[in-house]
Design a protein around this ligand. Sequence first.
Ligand code: SDX
Length: 430
Amino acid sequence: MSDNAYRLISPSGNEIELPVRSGTTGPDVIDIARLYRDQGVFTYDPGFVATGSCESDITYIDGEKGVLMYRGYPVEQLAANSNFLEVSYLLLHGDLPTSAELEKFDHTIRTHTMLNEGMLNFFKGFRYDAHPMAMLSAVVGSMSAYYHDEMDASNPEHRDIFAHRILAKLPTIAAAAHKLNIGQPFIYPRNDLNYADNLMHMLFAVPAEPYEIDPVAAEALDLLFILHADHEQNCSTSTVRMAGSSGANPYSAIAAGISALWGPAHGGANEAVLTMLEEIGDASQIKKYVEKAKDKSDPFRLMGFGHRVYKNFDPRATIIREMCHKVLDKLDREDTPLFDLARELERVALEDEYFIEKNLYPNVDFYSGIIYRALGIPTSMFTVMFAIGRSVGWTAHWREMISDPKGKIARPRQLYMGPAQRDYVPVEKR
Ligand code: SDX
């Protein structure tokens, strides 16, 4: 018996050994790969609450200590010193770039932001009020129809081209969806603008007059993209890995990730937070809504609170809350009542026994929507902004998964609770 193993006594009394594996940091894992073959039983973990699905070098989270690291760098340091494009290089390639590498990467992204002109026809087919997340997942999925030429997943150069196209073109697609929603003409990207400036330009410029980018707004956007860039095996990232594990076209896998992110329990929460704050209206209603959130018979949950992993503060929420102050002060926006309401809701909730006992703290989505709104971005576009930041994390995980020589198609099992075998009854006898 090795000393680094768990021993299990089966119901029939025989002892089995399950090897333990340790990572660079964080909890050990029990390797159950042979359990079914040796013992004929599955493990059972709905929602994969306690299941490690893969090995990964990309992101580390410690939910108890509120730690988030991208390739070993604490997100606080990256937020204070880096920018989204440099963080994207780090996530995709594993190390911070030299200045020459960063310059080359920046040039590559800037010069791949345009869409195949034929893709713009999709937007003519959507209703003007189509949800931008529906348009984003549809148009990103269509990239597998336009860019199937250079997509041999076993070719590292093709994997780089795929990453560059996703990173470069998502803001253009997102802005096109927004322009459709507001009935304005599509604005082409500009190669002389950096990532966040270009997105602001495509979202808010109009052909009729020059558009001046607010540096505070662009800086806030870039920081939000850093904070949303990756988050280990979250729902949408696991979706990208699972879809990609069958060998599906990676653009389709990213489109699947976008769809998973849309849910209000996941990336759709930032949109749901604003809707919730507007429904609460003012501080006098906070107690009522906190009670609703605690009432098991009421489906209402406090959006932007709670997290599968962070059972203490979400480090991103702390950084975003501080940025809220700066953005609202600098932009002199009238949204401060909304921010004041959010702060009061946070204070009341964090003093409530239920939230304390269940370790429910504000997560990344609680404050981000307030900033997006202060930047003039409509609520329906909030999850699209999340997707732009997370696109590099999805891509980095797809690359890691597809490059794994031991990789296999993801195919979980189940605990079957359906009917025992029974015989067909002809309709006349039913
Ligand atoms: C993101 O995974 C990631 O990393 C996600 C993300 C990322 O970067 O990719 O961080 C981004 O998705 C953040 C989460 C955004 N979602 C929301 O803000 C929606 C509201 N939050 C909840 O839906 C919930 O907290 C989840 C989905 C986020 C987490 O749910 P879990 O881990 O499955 O926990 P749970 O649902 O089992 O809740 C545990 C208890 C339950 O009570 P009991 O059954 O034990 O009595 O806490 C309660 C829940 O009812 N609870 C809440 C609550 N969240 C959990 N009660 C009221 N309001 C809430 N928000």
